[in-house]
Design a binder for this molecule. Structure first.
Ligand code: PLP
Length: 393
């Protein structure tokens, strides 16, 4: 055994640890708490989509899919891009189907990052980003989104670009902050990508969850960005079937070829019948997508009211299904302690946002807690009853 190893695990995964999400889920279960920590719905998505999955299963569509995705789903991804963004996409040469957005990001990084290359990430970040970069031998360079508006410092971002920068990884609408990057912010990022010849990866899994008339802007649509942007999305959030793990990457034919090279040796292909169901979802009428956003807006407003009446102050949420609450108003200054307290003493679980920050920037997340509102109204009402009572000390 190599002397550099301190455990059985290879060096590349040492330090990844077990996430706080696992701890909070276990604690919530132990305490019988209402789980507003988990970022997935406690209800099923559209029945038509489920019916399409069943039909595909029953009609014998159960063998390996085409490695880069069933033609039907790739065509549906292209139709969806045209319908919602006016974006022309060739389903044959510009779409790759993956096992969720998580695999899409992993495959992109494996395909495009050489050891020593730098990848710019905004903190707080979805927890798979940095491990994906580390496993490729890349170096994650983070730029903080500053609370409470979660804006980045333009100068700090400009200074993060250098000749070693290969990719910038952006998530909009953004988990956990609920920020939706504005057109002006994306234009600024696009200009830096062009100047430094850097590729952009945009995680758009919450693309249909924006509120109050705020539009999601697709970076790939900005001038000069089509050839240097990889757009990632998935069916999980839009169709409320997060367990199906059907995702995709839209990119130029040259970038797509690179992504497919990596993807074929990561998962090879993705569940065939569920790809047909995802295609059916992407072809649902406009009404489905507007109703989804309206229902989530109502849930956001309901939960924001509850949190406010319970003495927390709530930050703006323009997109996603997460609300960030400021816990300082209730006298707390440590998010992990607060989330444990809330789960044990109040019976509602939330996520401590420091889990989304590197050690250097944890202080930025410490006075907040993230609450998910992707739950049935009955679940949110139950949480309201508990949160609005005096809290047991
Ligand atoms: C920002 C972000 N990206 C990606 C994912 C995962 O997407 P998928 O389930 O399609 O892998 C999530 C899920 O929570 C997320 O919040």
């Amino acid at each position: 055994m190599s002397s550099a190893r301190s455990t059985l695990a290879a060096l590349r995964v040492q330090g990844f640890g077990t996430s706080i999400f696992t701890e909070m889920t276990l604690l919530a279960r132990e305490c019988g708490a209402i789980n507003l920590a988990q970022g997935f719905p406690d209800f099923d998505g559209p029945l038509e989509v489920q019916a399409a999955a069943l039909e595909a299963l029953r009609s014998g569509d159960n063998q390996y899919a085409v490695s880069h995705g069933q033609p039907d789903l790739r065509a549906a991804v292209a139709e969806h891009a045209l319908r919602f963004y006016g974006q022309q996409v060739d389903g044959n040469s510009e779409v790759t189907v993956t096992s969720g957005a998580t695999e899409a990001i992993f495959a992109i990084v494996q395909a495009l990052v050489d050891p020593g290359d730098e990848v710019i990430v905004f903190e707080p970040y979805y927890d798979s980003y940095v491990p994906s970069v580390v496993m490729a031998g890349g170096v994650a360079r983070s730029v903080a989104l500053q609370p409470p508006a979660w804006n980045f410092d333009p100068q700090e971002l400009a200074q993060a670009f250098n000749p070693r920068t290969r990719l910038i990884l952006i998530n909009t609408p953004h988990n956990p902050t609920g920020k939706v990057f504005s057109q002006a912010e994306l234009e600024y990022i696009a200009a830096l990508c062009r100047e430094w010849n850097v590729l952009a990866v945009v995680d758009e899994v919450y693309e249909h969850l924006t509120y109050d008339g705020i539009a999601h802007v697709r970076l790939a649509q900005l001038s000069g960005m089509r050839e240097r942007t990889l757009t990632v999305s998935s069916a999980g959030k839009t169709f409320s079937y997060t367990g199906w793990k059907i995702g995709w990457v839209i990119a130029s034919p040259a970038l797509t070829a690179a992504v497919r090279s990596a993807h074929q040796f990561i998962t090879f292909s993705t569940a065939t019948p569920l790809q047909h169901a995802a295609a059916a979802g992407l072809r649902l009428s406009d009404g489905y997508f507007t109703t989804l956003a309206r229902e989530y807006r109502e849930k956001r407003d309901f939960l924001a009211g509850v949190l406010q009446r319970s003495g927390l102050s709530v930050l703006d949420c323009a997109g996603t299904y997460f609300l960030m609450a400021d816990i300082a108003a209730r006298g707390f200054d440590d998010d992990v302690e607060f989330c444990r307290f809330l789960t044990r003493n109040v019976g509602v679980a939330a996520v401590p946002p420091t889990a989304f920050f590197s050690d250097a920037n944890k202080a930025l997340g410490r006075r907040y807690a993230r609450f998910s509102f992707c739950k049935k109204m009955a679940t949110l009402q139950l949480a309201a009853e508990r949160l609005e009572q005096p809290w047991k000390q």
